[in-house]
Design a protein around this ligand. Structure first.
Ligand SMILES: [Zn+2]
Length: 250
């Protein structure tokens, strides 16, 4: 979904982008509030996807409306691009960006899809590193085979495990060919900026539900089905700013 304020050639243009779709609901039994309805509790409304990212979408629309009412004219050229397929990898977005190349021209882009700090402070993250998704599919035979034949035929899941084991060491060091050559070390200014940022290990760990950080560049496996329920296995790699941040402050 694309929208823009009336164009004023002398003003700078800001493009705001986020998404309004949500993750699949999963097991309905585990929901405290029904996932397909909004529920009012006291003065708080609960609804799926409100923080990620229907709330930010609404806040942009409401802010634009308020400024129009208060000032009567745009302070900048504002464009918005809201994706309805973000949670499935935005399959239509690359084509839309190509088709709308001139329409989406802007001096700056802001995306409302980040996290707050664990102590509740709002945060603006710079330098998002992007994400590469890869699916590995291993097939060692033409049919599913009973486990009593395990000693006779090669096992596809073991081969996947060995392939994954070649990508990362137990100390979290990534051994994928060429990966480490792509990393850009922090410069002095970035280091000072991060050191001045009040990061609370205990709060961040509690909010993540972990006892310790692994503090490494990110190359993750996100699911490994096998045998008769085999579907795709997903391997992702990214270097979000948050991880560089936690690496420095601990
Ligand atoms: Zn999101």
């Amino acid at each position: 979904v694309f929208g823009e304020w009336p164009h004023q050639p002398r003003l700078p243009t800001l493009l705001i982008t986020t998404h309004y779709d949500v993750q699949p609901v999963g097991d309905l039994e585990r929901w405290t509030h029904p996932p397909y309805a909004a529920v009012l509790e006291g003065n708080r409304m609960w609804g799926r996807g409100t923080s990620d990212a229907k709330g930010p979408v609404q806040s942009i629309i409401s802010a634009a409306e308020s400024v129009t009412r208060a000032v009567g004219r745009p302070l900048i050229n504002l464009k918005v691009l809201f994706d309805g397929e973000e949670e499935v990898g935005s399959p239509s977005l690359p084509g839309a960006l190509e088709d709308w190349r001139s329409l989406i021209q802007a001096d700056a882009v802001v995306t409302f899809d980040g996290n707050s700090a664990a102590d509740g402070r709002p945060a603006i993250n710079f330098g998002g590193g992007g994400l590469l998704y890869v699916e590995l599919d291993v097939r060692t035979g033409r049919t599913d085979v009973h486990s009593n034949r395990g000693g006779l035929v090669p096992n596809a899941l073991w081969r996947l495990v060995w392939a994954l084991g070649s990508l990362k060491q137990p100390d979290e060091r990534i051994t994928l060919d060429g990966f480490n050559e792509t990393l850009i070390p922090l410069n002095e200014a970035e280091r000072r900026l991060l050191e001045s940022y009040e990061w609370h290990d205990d709060l961040e760990l509690a909010s993540l539900g972990f006892d310790t950080f692994s503090l490494a560049e990110s190359l993750e496996t996100c699911g490994m089905p096998g045998g008769s329920e085999a579907g795709p296995m997903v391997l992702s790699s990214s270097l979000p700013m948050g991880q560089r941040c936690s690496g420095l402050s601990t």
